[in-house]
Design a protein around this ligand. Structure first.
Ligand code: GAP
Length: 459
């Protein structure tokens, strides 16, 4: 493992998320519910943007992928077949003194880490949440909340094959909630009992699986980097033989350097033909693929890149968090990639004077047809800029008194504090270009450089 120190303090991040409305404890007015979280107005946007960026990369822009949205409740036999009923369990020990429960795998010694008390023998604890379907609560009506979205795609393999006429290699992708009754939770949204996944099941011809495994590892690593995560904060960790899940022939985790250290952000597994074999046997339905060229029938192998939405939210926030000093004052900012930023633009009229507000509102109405655009006319302009910096808004548009005469506004860039002044008629196209990555000082007709922010800033 690389000797590298996390640069972000978790407490600061949790406090920012609470203060600015990214993430709240669930049911907070009742004291919260352990390890459950609610995404606030900004968090919901960030999460939505992450899922959308993933969907665009793995479905929208590819010929070999389709999307699905399968149900959380599935036939109970699915979980017997998949091995979850029997094998999806952790070893649990309890302290005889303070009664705190621990995952045996997390302990280094044989005493309670909290009070040094004696521990019970370990027992297996299944992580699936049970509930009942229909009005009678008995064995026959027991169903489970899915612990992974994957099974919904395996059992639909034939449906997708028949209705889309896809040929190998091809994949299915879906995002959705999963539930695990984790023994230990914590580290904010890193491990919770209700979470969201973004999973791909990629079906390949046996023999080509190694090549596709390597392909997806690269592809997924690059996705995080393209969206702004520093490469040095990501590393690949191949699983040892002992660690491999019951279904996996091979697995590599993409680990991120979270505030508490390196931990799994996404896992990429070669599941071989385990899932299709099991489901074909137990359902009695053929899940074989017919290769038109070789005239062979066979069960495809599956490569599975499985990512967590909440862990991605945490990683993108950690990587974006920054503090600097501007003219002697501390500035907290999130360098979120424009694709992920909750708001792309903020409209800030310099005062609440009627004429200024009319122009600012007109600009707001126009731009919000394209993006999430914030409008803020409370407090001083400096404080409004800071608020936008803290929530990662890439560009602020200021409408001032001169705007009423020259029909121009200033745009301020979050990361550099540079400002340009451009005609209002050029605003939509200019912002579109800047959000797509154009150099900030490339000016539209009639535009000028207004201010260079560099000299005000100190790290
Ligand atoms: N279908 C394979 C599968 O579910 P996994 O490694 O157990 O594999 C995939 O889960 C991803 O889901 C993880 O890399 C992680 O990002 C996320 N995840 C798993 N358990 C989680 C939990 N309790 N809280 C938050 N995210 C979790």
């Amino acid at each position: 493992m690389t000797e590298q120190v996390p640069t972000v303090d978790m407490e600061k991040l949790v406090s920012l998320c609470r203060r600015r409305g990214f993430i709240f404890p669930s049911s907070e007015i009742y004291g919260g519910l352990s390890s459950c979280w609610d995404y606030g107005p900004l968090g919901a946007e960030l999460k939505r943007n992450i899922k959308q960026a993933w969907w665009q990369a793995v479905v929208q822009e590819r010929d070999d992928m389709v999307g699905m949205d399968t149900s959380i409740l599935m036939h109970p036999q699915v979980w017997a077949t998949s091995g979850h009923l029997e094998g999806f369990a952790d070893s649990l020990v309890e302290c005889k003194n303070c009664h705190q429960r621990w995952k045996a795998d997390d302990l280094t010694g044989d005493r309670c880490p909290s009070c040094d008390g004696e521990l019970t023998e370990s027992r297996q604890f299944n992580l699936m949440f049970k509930t009942f379907m229909g009005p009678v609560e008995d064995e026959a009506s027991t169903v489970y909340l899915r612990p992974e979205t994957a099974q919904g795609m395996f059992v639909n393999f034939k449906n997708v094959l028949d209705t889309t006429r896809k040929r190998l290699p091809f994949g299915i992708a879906q995002t959705g909630k999963s539930f695990r009754n984790e023994i230990t939770t914590g580290n904010f949204i890193f491990r919770s009992r209700e979470f969201e996944q973004m999973e791909i099941e990629y079906f390949v011809k046996p023999g080509t699986d190694e090549e596709w495994f390597n392909y997806w590892v690269e592809e997924r690593l690059n996705w995080y980097v393209r969206l702004g995560i520093k490469r040095e904060n990501l590393q690949l960790r191949p699983h040892t033989e002992e660690e491999l899940a019951h279904y996996a022939r091979k697995c590599s985790d993409i680990d991120y350097l979270f505030p508490m250290g390196w931990a799994e952000l996404e896992g990429i597994a070669n599941r071989g033909d385990f899932d299709l074999t099991q489901h074909a046997e137990q359902s009695g339905k053929s899940l074989e693929y017919f290769d038109n060229e070789t005239k062979e029938h066979f069960l495809p192998y599956i490569i599975e890149p499985a990512a967590g939405v909440d862990r991605s939210v945490l990683a993108f926030l950690c990587d974006a968090y920054d503090e600097e000093t501007v003219k002697g004052e501390k500035r907290v900012l999130l360098h979120l990639h424009p694709t992920l930023a909750p708001f792309k633009v903020a409209i800030l009229p310099l005062s609440r004077r009627e004429q200024l507000v009319a122009v600012a509102k007109e600009i707001h109405a126009d731009l919000r047809q394209c993006w999430m655009v914030s409008y803020d006319d409370t407090q001083s302009i400096g404080r409004r800029y800071r608020r936008q910096d803290e929530t990662g808004t890439p560009f602020c548009v200021t409408v001032d008194f001169q705007s009423l005469e020259d029909n121009q506004v200033t745009i301020r860039e979050r990361d550099t504090l540079n400002q340009i002044r451009i005609p209002i008629s050029e605003l939509r196209n200019t912002l579109q270009a800047k959000l797509a990555g154009e150099d900030f000082f490339v000016l539209p007709p009639g535009g000028k450089i207004w201010k260079e922010g560099g000299k005000d800033r100190q790290k």
